[in-house]
Design a protein around this ligand. Sequence first.
Ligand code: DGL
Length: 270
Amino acid sequence: MKEKIQSKNLGVFDSGIGGLTVVSQIMKVLPNENIVYFGDTARVPYGAKSEQVIIDYSLQIANFLMSKDIKMLIVACNTATSVAIDALTAKFDIPVIGVIKPGARAAAETTKIKKVGVIGTYATVRSDVYSKEIQKIDPSISVISKPCPLFVPLVEEGWINHQVTKIIAEEYLSPLVKKGVDSIVLGCTHYPIIRKVIQSTVGNKIKLVDSAESTALEIAKTLKEKKILNTLNQTPNYQFFVSDFPHKFDEIGARFLGRKLENVKRVQLN
Ligand code: DGL
């Protein structure tokens, strides 16, 4: 019985393929786990959509993943986490983990001068969830947030080390540097891909906090606590579902996952 629940899937979703940066970390930290991923590539980006629409889409996706025999739901999207995590947690009786609490915890541990920057989509910044979570941990930490919406299309275009990306990074990030933060949360699943440009723009004294890394560690901790960690030591099964195969899907997907994307199927949600 216990073996059966252990070998169930981790259900992971994102508004598109950005969440594959989280999947890549999960694969590293939890190499035994079976994973089923859904990327809403037909409806991405969520970052500029209204709260109600983001909640509706997230519930549809979670219902689909529940049909795939999952033992945990992972919201690998900062935007969906900031808006829909409460609705998801209330609706499903399996553990639901988002990327924001682990990222907030990591930021609170990283800052020495209690001044944190957060970058993300408009919806994530508007929700103010990072500030709330960081200040729940330590109310004396001040949080300065900055939407960086153009980073998402730049990453998708593959302009990882491009002059234009550097100019835009300078424009977005110099106000945070001027305000004297000592750490910046990469509050969007696309941003780890341009981590090097972000780091060189803000300088080495500012620490970057990757919520993908801290989320994978949080998942491992919860699986152990709930005694549902997969210890069976079999080759894991990875399934990927998307709502569309957009232009350059394979190339961009491989960039996010750090390996070739295989076994990808298209499904239509309604
Ligand atoms: N994956 C989303 C996030 O982490 C960014 C892309 C979008 O706007 O949908 O916030």
